[in-house]
Ligand binder design. Sequence first.
Ligand SMILES: Cc1cc2nc3c(=O)[nH]c(=O)nc-3n(C[C@H](O)[C@H](O)[C@H](O)COP(=O)(O)O)c2cc1C
Length: 399
Amino acid sequence: MPRKRKSTPILPQWIFRGALDNAKDVILVTEAEPLDEPGPKIVYANQAFYELTGFTPEETIGNDPRMLQGEDTDRATLDRVRAALKAHEPVRVEVVNYTKSGQSYWLDMIIVPLRDPHGKVTHFAAIERDITAVKSLERDLMRRHETATGEVQRLAKANDVIEASRRQLCELDAENNRLLSIIGHDLRNAFTAIIGFTSLLEGRLPDLSTAQVANEVTRIHRVVKDSHRMLENLLAYSLMQRETPEAKLQPVSLSPLVERVLGVLEERAARKGIMLEPLASEHLVVADERMLEVVIRNLVENAIKFSHAGGRVRILGRDVDGRSRIGVSDSGIGMSEAQVRSILDHQRVKPQRGTAEEKGTGFGLILCGQLIRKMGGQLSVRSELGKGSTFELVLDRVP
Ligand SMILES: Cc1cc2nc3c(=O)[nH]c(=O)nc-3n(C[C@H](O)[C@H](O)[C@H](O)COP(=O)(O)O)c2cc1C
């Protein structure tokens, strides 16, 4: 059975008064009118009010609560209070007030309209709590949160950088391992060949004619030279990795550089009956001279390697859209589309023997690709099986 609610007994006024006077929160009662100047008069303030504000009852009773406001009291908050009072609605706000001595503090303030037995609003009552300590804690936490957020963002950014470098290092490491195994493999093959040829010479020297000895020596010489070329490339690659991680870009005059490269390879080309055609015009490009020389030497070496007797290897230069295009063109055996694609994808091309059975490693083109990228250049390849290939290197032109 529902219990019948007991009605509140009518208590004498001194009991209410004692409760209000001794409350820890501030309690203020004002008249309901006028909301405009001079404002509703304070008719009651409890002990907590006098302790918090430092005002005396004489300075308080009959005065208006706006005496507690000052510079940092937020106008928009007061407008909310005013609108609620006008509409006779309760309102709760947080606002800055000042003590009699000018010390600011934060208030959590609830104002409610008080109605007489006929329902007419005759007074307002405010229950107010000093929340200065809470506010300063809040501000402190906010500041710490902002610092922590900033720190987290900074760490996240640093982490991204570290992750990118780590990935780059992993790629470089994988590439280095791959190259090491290629070189190791090719060097072992070269030494196996040299050991084979020399032991043949050693064991059968008295039985061999001078022509046969010369023939063996030529074969040994070719293997040694191929290995030497490979070592030179390896050295250039390791130098690039360790000592000159960045290209030293500067104006480079192309003609003398090409002349130098062709001078070194002239004899090899002549032996195969291949003509080398130097650049017809001078071009001034932005490049790292040493890197560019390695690139052009490798491209011309390849062109000689894959050309037939009577063929020609041309070095071509042209300027297009402010950049220089330097081509190494041959009329040799050419490449399939798949081979061209793997060169452009920076993959190692399956080594192929040259027209005079020259051996290769496929390493030269990987090295060229890396050097060209370091110089901010691009490599394009045009080739047709049986017709020849053109490797074109695009570099910035000196304006
Ligand atoms: C009962 C009561 C107590 C109030 N106590 C405070 C107070 O302690 N601090 C304060 O800044 N405003 C207090 N106010 C609000 C201001 O008196 C006033 O209503 C407010 O500033 C909006 O009016 P205005 O637009 O004339 O400024 C109180 C208002 C009432 C009705």
